[in-house]
Design a protein around this ligand. Structure first.
Ligand code: NAD
Length: 271
């Protein structure tokens, strides 16, 4: 049933916390397609989540790392390269957290220490990770690096709070570092902008239910599930997308191109 389009490819997947995590679904699909994985998450997430179930299912090691720590990232990349006995072909950055969102702070009343922490976790970790990979020359040529993002980077979604700014920064890092990854290493870097999805991070956003319904009614193909996102990531890790780089790729059932759908008009005109 599977085509094993990732056979022989090796990489690191960040951010699988529980069965709902997008990174969890990506790990399962990458494994089904023949890829070899090292899973990683923070020590706290490893205790709170159930990543060990995933690791035993897909028979791969779990290496703890706080992605805000350069030291942890260096040790992680070194351990992964030594585990595989060679360089890496793919990386998934599936990391996001806003302390302000978590603690219910409004965008008009942000705590700037919390803002910095969320920015470091959600955006700067992508730079730190690529800088470690770049300096250690740990990626194989034609490797693929992906980070997950959301359309609040381009359009206003009030409840997305400071995560919107973090995502804009993340997408910019993808383009800026992607240039050097392409020129110097022949490695591609892209972000995938996913539909709203029910996960631990997603549920932290106030009014997620409303987001989901609105996006569902707006998107001609409906919202993309985490599993469908995983399929897209598999394609982006495969050799079928070797010259796609520096892109923010919308994986949202067409949501990003629609002004208003007939369903929304009908709903609003209902007496
Ligand atoms: N759920 C959605 O609606 C949605 C939509 C578009 C994009 N995304 C993005 O997808 C990505 C994955 O989120 P998810 O929805 O699967 O939720 P999730 O909560 O399952 O995943 C977020 C992960 O980030 C990890 N993390 C937090 N701080 C970290 C740190 N310091 N170092 C390493 N890892 C850390 C968490 O442990 C967790 O595993 C995020 O970037 C999120 O913004 C989510």
């Amino acid at each position: 049933m599977y085509n094993k389009i990732l056979k022989g490819k090796k990489g690191i997947i960040f951010g699988a916390l529980d069965e709902n995590s997008i990174a969890w679904k990506v790990s399962e699909r990458v494994w089904e397609e023949g890829g070899d994985i090292v899973l990683t998450n923070t020590p706290v997430a490893l205790r709170m989540g159930n990543i060990d179930h995933l690791a035993s299912k897909i028979d791969c090691p779990v290496i703890p790392a706080d992605a805000t720590s350069l030291n942890d990232l260096e040790e992680l990349v070194e351990s992964a390269v030594s585990h595989f006995g060679g360089k890496l072909d793919f990386i998934l950055h599936s990391i996001g957290m806003s302390v302000n969102v978590r603690k219910g702070k409004e965008y008009t009343d942000l705590n700037y220490e919390w803002m910095k922490k969320g920015w470091d976790i959600s955006a700067v970790t992508f730079h730190k990770l690529m800088q470690v990979l770049y300096k250690k020359d740990s990626m194989n040529e034609w490797g693929s690096i992906i980070a997950l993002t959301y359309i609040a980077a381009q359009r206003t979604f009030p409840n997305y709070n400071d995560m919107a700014d973090n995502k804009a920064y993340l997408e910019s890092i993808a383009r800026s570092f992607g240039y050097f990854m392409g020129k110097d290493k022949n490695v591609r870097v892209n972000t995938i902008s996913q539909s709203p999805t029910i996960t631990t991070a997603g549920q932290g956003v106030k009014g997620l239910e409303g987001f989901l319904k609105y996006a569902q009614k707006t998107s001609p193909l409906g919202n993309a599930s985490a599993k469908e996102c995983a399929d897209y990531v598999v394609m982006m890790f495969s050799d079928y997308t070797k010259k796609v780089t520096l892109q923010n790729l919308f994986h949202d059932g067409g949501f990003s191109s629609v002004g208003v759908s007939q369903e929304i008009i009908d709903f609003l005109e209902k007496k």
